[in-house]
Write a protein that binds this ligand. Structure first.
Ligand SMILES: Cc1cc2nc3c(=O)[nH]c(=O)nc-3n(C[C@H](O)[C@H](O)[C@H](O)COP(=O)(O)O)c2cc1C
Length: 391
């Protein structure tokens, strides 16, 4: 069973992630993991923090001579910013004069609910763990899951559908375009339409000018997924439900859509459901569709089309023109505490969601095909592919 945990504070020494359950014999390329970490740091509208960090996955265990050995894998990602925080956020008690307190809760953050829940006098510890810096650790182990899926010829990538009110028209962006975006060495807003991307940039510029922030929509596409991952047999084994939780668990994601889920609710069935045809030797089984409104999942099972899942991000909560709040100590009205912040993170959130989708699909694939070594897993996978090919 594939299981994982992350640990670490936003301004602590490092983030650590542990992934257990990958088969032995999977080749791991450090550069692929670091490339995803770099992609997560990109995008127009990021704050000063991303200029400080140079994220790199330092593998501590579970990989030897470039391959997984079946043991739990732990990865450490150093926080370069730590050198600026050693006195204000030490592990030991340190000098309370030097601690950086967050004296008023910031609307849209976990601050207020967190202090009430954990009984803290101020919100520093809440912020440190609720921060999306944590998603860096998920990208690192998500990279391991993506390496595993690549052996099954499954690729997981993302692109941006909307920033603020600027949005791509309905219709699937072709896989080739999404692939080309992932190879770019300069990332603006990771949108496949360059003209629209410029208009998205203008949305971010406006937010920067006015001390405001923007949200948007990303889409993760999993290409090459065979029919048969997940099942309708039990509610908590449905692939749509598992993916929805994985993507929704990312900071600032407030809605998840699979395929054309949102517009489908207002459309007649004839305009929504994807008709089925047959063409021998095409795809996994010869059964094909002219379109993919279902986003690759029907009845909680992958159906052999690309899986398309969208995450809707609220605008970033921290505003340079802070919203109204209350001082924890005096209970007097004050402007919310301000801490250096991103203004737009839609492309970065897409990369983090790739990791989460990768981990979820890898878990489902391992549940279906099993195997303690890659040889065993691939043998099982190929046997299944042969079975559906011959169906
Ligand atoms: C990649 C990424 C980076 C983020 N950076 C910031 C940031 O710099 N400032 C901020 O206020 N929120 C940022 N957020 C969102 C907050 O972490 C999130 O809104 C907050 O923790 C409250 O959680 P919730 O929105 O899930 O309820 C970021 C989110 C993501 C996915």
């Amino acid at each position: 069973m594939l299981r994982y945990f992350t640990t670490g504070e936003s301004h602590g020494e490092a983030l650590v992630a542990v992934l257990s359950g990958l088969p032995a014999g999977l080749k791991i390329n450090q550069s692929d993991l670091d490339r995803d970490l770099w992609r997560r740091q990109q995008g127009y509208g990021r704050g000063g923090r991303m200029k400080i960090e140079r994220d790199s996955a330092h593998i501590l265990s579970g990989v030897r001579h470039g391959i997984t050995i079946g043991s739990p894998i732990s990865i450490l990602i150093e926080n370069r910013d730590w050198k600026n925080w050693q006195e204000s956020l030490p592990v030991a008690e340190g000098d309370p004069e030097k601690h950086k307190r967050v004296n008023s809760p910031r609307p849209g953050h976990a601050d207020l609910a967190g202090v009430l829940k954990y009984n803290f006098a101020e919100a520093r510890y809440v912020l440190e763990r609720a921060s999306a810096r944590e998603s860096t650790a998920r990208v690192a182990i998500g990279g391991l899951a993506k390496a595993f899926l690549r052996e099954l010829r499954i690729e997981v990538l993302s692109h941006v559908i909307a920033v603020g009110a600027t949005r791509l028209p309905e219709g699937d962006v072709a896989w080739e375009h999404i692939l080309a975006l992932a190879h770019r060495n300069e990332v603006l807003l990771n949108c496949a339409d360059p003209e629209l991307e410029q208009r998205m940039k203008e949305e971010v510029d406006k937010a920067l000018r006015t001390g405001d922030s923007v949200g948007g929509v990303f889409e993760v596409v999993a290409h090459g997924v065979p029919p048969g991952l997940g099942t309708y047999a039990q509610w908590d084994e449905r692939l749509d439900g598992l993916l929805a939780q994985a993507v929704m668990s990312l900071q600032a994601v407030k809605a998840v859509e699979i395929g054309v889920g949102v517009s489908a609710a207002a459309s007649p069935g004839s305009a929504v459901h994807d008709e089925i045809a047959y063409k021998a030797s095409t795809g996994f089984s010869g059964f094909i569709r002219a379109r993919n409104h279902a986003g690759g999942i029907e009845g909680g099972i992958s159906n052999g089309e690309d899986i398309r899942i969208r995450g809707y991000l609220k605008p970033i909560s921290t505003l340079r023109r802070p919203l109204q709040s209350v001082d924890f100590a005096t209970r007097e009205p004050v402007k919310a505490a301000y801490e250096r912040s991103d203004v737009c993170v839609v492309p970065a959130a897409g990369v983090a969601a790739e990791g989460m989708v990768g981990l979820t699909l890898a878990r489902c694939a391992l549940e279906k095909f099993g195997g303690d070594s890659m040889g065993e897993t691939l043998r099982n996978y190929q046997g299944y592919c042969q079975q559906i090919h011959n169906y």
